[in-house]
Design a protein around this ligand. Structure first.
Ligand code: FE2
Ligand code: FE2
Ligand code: FE2
Length: 165
């Protein structure tokens, strides 16, 4: 594929993905304001922007077979925890942005355990064991098994965990 088009697909993917999440957050806000019909519109938009994102992802050849996808996902988590977040944390601290530093630092800790979860399945891809993933909706920590009384990263109570079907 031509260079400019490749770069533009990446840009479009970033924009569409941002729009997807922004609209989901806008939908939550509309629900809070007692405007469910507007929330529904934002959710519809979010869904549509996700379609655009997925179309671009496929065209860019990002999706490969599952073994390769697991390796890539593991690599991304490792980069996030080892390189990307440490830099962001340092820069937030330098600017005295304590909340941003805390959010980055929690995310870094969580990415570390995401990497561990990937590593586990990479080493045992055809395991028959049925996992039971639950995600902390506050910080993104994932447990394989029952939700803990308190999230080990952000201390959220167990009812903040969402079971993944
Ligand atoms: Fe779009
Ligand atoms: Fe992650
Ligand atoms: Fe958490």
């Amino acid at each position: 594929m031509e260079e400019k088009t490749q770069a533009n697909l990446k840009l479009a993917f970033q924009g569409e993905s941002e729009a997807h999440f922004r609209n989901r957050a806008f939908a939550e806000q509309a629900e809070k304001e007692g405007l469910p019909q507007i929330a529904k519109l934002f959710r519809a938009m979010a869904e549509a922007e996700a379609v655009h994102s997925f179309n671009i992802l496929r065209l860019r050849g990002i999706v490969k077979d599952t073994e390769a996808n697991l390796e890539r996902a593991f690599g991304t988590e490792s980069f996030a925890m080892g390189t990307a977040y440490p830099k962001l944390i340092k820069e937030a601290e330098e600017e005295g942005e304590r909340t941003a530093a805390l959010i980055f630092s929690r995310s870094r800790d969580v990415e570390e355990m995401h990497a561990t979860l990937y590593k586990k399945v990479i080493n045992d891809m055809f395991s028959e064991r049925e996992p039971e993933y639950q995600v902390c909706t506050v910080c993104g920590y994932i447990t394989d098994g029952p939700a803990p009384d308190q999230c080990p990263i952000c201390q959220a109570p167990s009812d903040k965990f969402k079971k993944i079907e």
